[in-house]
Design a binder for this molecule. Structure first.
Ligand SMILES: [Zn+2]
Length: 204
């Protein structure tokens, strides 16, 4: 018998990835655990392939890389975690697999943690881009002597810079402050993202 072949026949990469706490969306895409991924870049089905970092392989490669095991250790781990037992006609998966692997309770937390930090990093970079834009508004639209009215963009800059600085401080603050940013200021961040994107598309 060949444990590699048998394990691959019974468990595909998607099943294993989900089992070890990775969220796979309806299109079979997941946040890649092998690089610093913000958006789901990894296609997970029978095999896995990351379109960003080119990580690629089958279920055994996946588990080996994810848990830093050798291939034989990975195959044995899958066989154990999925209750794959050798029967007269080959390895078979048992029916009642617990979806949460009790022996590795931390994996899910680790992946939530990564997701959280990735989102904070993304928000921080959006906020900094928007802050740069406001700084430009402030300089370019500064009123000159004799102007009857202030440029609206100059007013926006003056009005928003302090608030955006506050949001940036949340993104770089304590865990509680980061949570506050995600919970209460998501709509502002999305709005700023849209503004920055629109400006960029006009410029390029
Ligand atoms: Zn990747």
């Amino acid at each position: 018998m060949n444990i590699f072949k048998d394990v691959k026949q019974v468990v595909d990469t998607r099943e294993a990835a989900e089992f070890y706490g990775i969220d796979v969306n309806n299109s079979g895409m997941a946040i890649c655990p092998f690089h610093d991924d913000n958006n789901p870049s990894m296609k997970v089905d029978e095999r896995y392939h990351c379109f960003a970092c080119q990580a690629d392989g089958d279920v055994i490669d996946f588990v080996a890389n994810y848990f830093e095991l050798s291939k034989i250790e990975a195959a044995k781990k899958i066989a154990k975690d999925f209750d794959i037992e050798y029967q007269s006609d080959g390895y078979k998966k048992q029916n009642n697999i617990k979806k949460i692997n009790q022996s590795k309770p931390n994996r899910k937390e680790v992946s939530i943690d990564n997701e959280f930090n990735n989102r904070i990093r993304l928000y921080n970079s959006i906020l900094c881009d928007y802050r740069d834009l406001l700084e430009i508004y402030k300089k370019v639209f500064v009123p000159s002597f004799g102007d009857k009215e202030l440029e609206p963009k100059f007013v926006i800059a003056l009005r928003n810079i302090e608030f955006v600085d506050y949001l940036i401080s949340l993104a770089n603050g304590t865990t509680e402050e980061k949570i506050r940013l995600l919970m209460y200021n998501e709509s502002e961040v999305k709005k700023y993202e849209e503004i920055v994107r629109t400006i960029r598309s006009k410029v390029s």
